[in-house]
Every structure is written in structure tokens, then in C-alpha cells.
Design a protein around this ligand. Structure first.
Ligand SMILES: [Zn+2]
Length: 390
């Protein structure tokens, strides 16, 4: 998969990129119409344009690289000026650099197809007419612009728009699936291995739970339950615990939910008169929380070994809604759904707890060999003592 190099146009007025946030609904395909100009050269040209003659797109592909000029990724995405209004307020734009050298032209085309596939894959969009537009189609159907790219240039390459859409669809299948660390750099996956030790979490929680409604040993037990049970679901325990701390106010329960409900994540607590679900005890409460978060983070059924205790598991749609903590708030979610409503900054607050936990000192690992030797010496001393006194 092609790597995208970040070379963002600085935010500024009247020169620079606009910086307005965008919740995109699709991608517009362009060609630059500027033969032999590299992605970097086009980006530098755009960076010099003054408003109201601003022009730029999120991504540009040439024969050696793809350059990101305006943030395109979920949450970070901003409006660019590539296809007039209303399209600029709806779509991400990607440009194809042109060359008369057939080898360079096809290399750029391949990079452009791969980068477009990465955008569609990241947002979960199929390569269909609803999500994939050309500048020409924007001119015809939405107006506000009159360009007809990239059709004519594609024709020079012996390709049609339908070919490009087909190639992008094929490329989506080859986009690396599992961890998505590259295309969504900076986001915090919900699923994965623990990256914080239970001792770090305990240290963080103990420092903040002076007004908890549970006794300290119960709070400790809840933290340990997250570390014991989250791996059953493949969830990072620190992420689930951080959400629980956020939802309950470090178990101070200042909101709708009462401590005796053992509802550790505000599950189903939608407003006055509806305090949400109740559970038999802390273990069931932690299971229910993990199950609900699991419904958000992946599209798989619950692990076979567990019994469903989350009464709202089947209500989570679409699945997945949010593979990343940052996507848990509706307002920050590229699919227009989420755990919290309106939820702007909800995920960021949870990530804040996770980052703070990571700064807690991890206790030095126990030196097992040294402890064993100590015990051995102690036993030898006792045996000698016993023999001497016999
Ligand atoms: Zn265009």
C-alpha cells in the first residue's frame, strides 16, 4: 500500500488552507491538468494562493508519492477547495498528477488508485456512485464548478472513469486490514493488547477516587476485574476502565446512575426517569460494559464462552460503529453514530485518562530468582538450627 506523506498547507487567511472541519460523505477524483508537475510542486502552488482564489485538495498522487495537503482522516478531516460548492462541503478531493511519459503516468495512476482506496476503506465506503465522484460529475449534477477532469486525461491513459472506479474497488480489497496503524495514525484502537499495567491503573485510580461511593477495596477490585475480563473480549482494559472512570466520575456517581446498580458505564442511562440498566454485582457490571464496548468496536458475535448480560447489545448499529476511542462520540464519528450524544470530545476525554495512566510509575518487576534464593537461605538456616538444637 502506498504511503501518504504529510505536507499540510499551513492554516491561514487569506493565504493557506481554511481549517474548517468537514464530515465527508465521499471522494471526488481529479486530475491536475498540469503536465509533469509533481505532487510537491502542486502543493506548494496551492499554498501560495490567496482567498477567495483558494484552491487545494486533500491528497495529490504523482509517480513517486502521495502528498497530504489538507487533513483527510476521520475526526481530523477539513474542508478543501477542489470542486466548488456544494461539493467542497461534502467531499474529500484527490488529484492525479499528469505526465506525457507513459511509465510515470501509469505509476501515478497506481498511486492515485491506492490512495483513493485507502480513503474509502478508512471511512468504510464502497467504491460506488454514492461515494465516488469525478469532478466532471460534480459539474453536471451539483454545479458550482465547470471542470470536466479527470475523464479526458484518463482517456489519454487508455482508461475510462468506470475503469478507475473498478480499479479502486479492487484496491480496497488489498488494503491491509488488521490493525490499521498507518492510515489511522494517531487514533486509539479499542481492541488490542493491554498497554498499561494493572498496577499503573490502580495507582491512577487511587489518586482520584477520594469521593468514590464504593470503598477503596471495591474500587481496586473493579480495576482488577477490567484487567482480568477485558482480554476475554480482546478489548484493551485501560480503554474500558478509562471510559468507566469518565462515565461514573471516578465512581462518584454524580449523575443518573446509582452506585448500587453496578452500572459502570452509564449503560442505557438516557435522561431523568431513565437511570439505565442494573447488574447483580461488579463482575456482571464489568462484563456488561465490555460487551457493549465490544458491540461498538467490532462486528463479531460475543465470544462463545461468555453469557450475554448487556441488555442493549443488539441495539448497537452499525457494527462496528467505532473501532477507535476517538469515534465513540456521535459528533466525532465518521459513520454518524456513537456511544455518547452529542459526544463531541467524548473519546478525547477517555484517551486523556489512558494517557494519564501511562504516566504512572510501573512498579519494578519482582526478581523471582532473588526471592527464591532468599527463601532457600532461610530454609537452610532453619534446618541447620533444628539440627543444632536436636
Ligand atoms: Zn478537478
Amino acid at each position: 500500500m502506498v504511503a501518504i506523506r504529510e505536507a499540510l498547507i499551513p492554516v491561514g487567511n487569506p493565504v493557506g488552507r481554511g481549517g474548517e472541519k468537514l464530515q465527508p460523505q465521499g471522494l471526488v477524483l481529479h486530475a491536475t491538468a498540469d503536465y509533469e508537475a509533481t505532487a510537491q510542486a502542486i502543493r506548494d502552488y496551492w499554498a501560495r494562493l490567496r482567498s477567495p482564489n483558494r484552491a487545494n485538495a486533500h491528497l495529490i498522487a504523482d509517480w513517486s508519492e502521495v502528498v497530504e495537503c489538507v487533513p483527510w482522516e476521520p475526526v481530523k478531516c477539513e474542508k478543501a477547495w477542489h470542486a466548488g460548492e456544494p461539493a467542497n462541503s461534502r467531499f474529500i478531493g484527490i488529484e492525479l498528477c499528469q505526465s506525457r511519459d507513459k511509465t510515470k503516468a501509469l505509476a501515478a495512476y497506481a498511486n492515485w488508485v491506492q490512495a483513493a482506496a485507502m480513503v474509502l476503506h478508512t471511512y468504510g465506503w464502497p467504491a460506488d456512485a454514492a461515494h465516488l465522484w469525478t469532478h466532471r460529475r460534480v459539474s453536471q449534477e451539483l454545479g458550482g464548478t465547470h471542470h470536466t477532469d479527470p475523464d479526458g486525461y484518463l482517456q489519454e491513459l487508455g482508461k475510462t472513469v468506470a475503469d478507475a472506479i473498478h480499479d479502486i474497488g479492487e484496491a480496497i480489497k488489498t488494503v491491509a486490514q488488521p490493525q490499521q496503524t498507518q492510515p489511522t495514525g494517531g487514533l486509539t484502537p479499542i481492541l488490542g493488547e493491554p498497554q498499561i499495567t494493572v498496577d499503573q491503573a490502580l495507582a491512577y485510580v487511587r489518586a482520584h477516587t477520594s469521593s468514590a461511593k464504593y470503598p477503596a477495596p471495591v474500587v481496586d477490585a473493579i480495576v482488577r476485574l477490567y484487567w482480568a475480563l477485558a482480554p476475554v473480549y480482546g478489548i484493551r482494559p485501560e480503554v474500558a476502565l478509562a471510559q468507566s472512570l469518565h462515565e461514573t466520575g471516578f465512581y462518584g456517581f454524580g449523575g443518573l446512575v446509582k452506585p448500587e446498580q453496578w452500572n459502570l458505564c452509564g449503560l442505557g442511562a438516557t435522561g431523568p426517569g431513565n437511570p439505565g440498566a442494573s447488574f447483580a454485582g461488579p463482575a456482571e457490571g464489568v462484563h456488561a460494559h465490555l460487551q457493549h464496548l465490544y458491540a461498538y468496536a467490532c462486528d463479531r458475535p460475543l465470544p462463545a464462552m461468555v453469557q450475554q448480560v448487556d441488555p442493549r447489545f443488539a441495539l448497537v448499529k452499525p457494527r462496528p460503529t467505532a473501532e477507535y476511542v476517538e469515534w465513540l462520540g456521535h459528533a466525532d464519528n465518521p459513520r454518524g453514530a456513537g456511544w455518547a450524544w452529542p459526544g463531541q470530545g467524548y473519546g478525547a476525554a477517555i484517551v486523556g485518562h489512558v494517557k494519564a495512566m501511562a504516566t504512572m510509575p510501573a512498579p519494578a518487576p519482582v526478581d523471582v530468582a532473588a526471592v527464591r534464593e532468599e527463601v532457600r537461605q532461610e530454609l537452610i538456616a532453619r534446618v541447620q538450627q533444628a539440627l543444632e538444637s536436636a
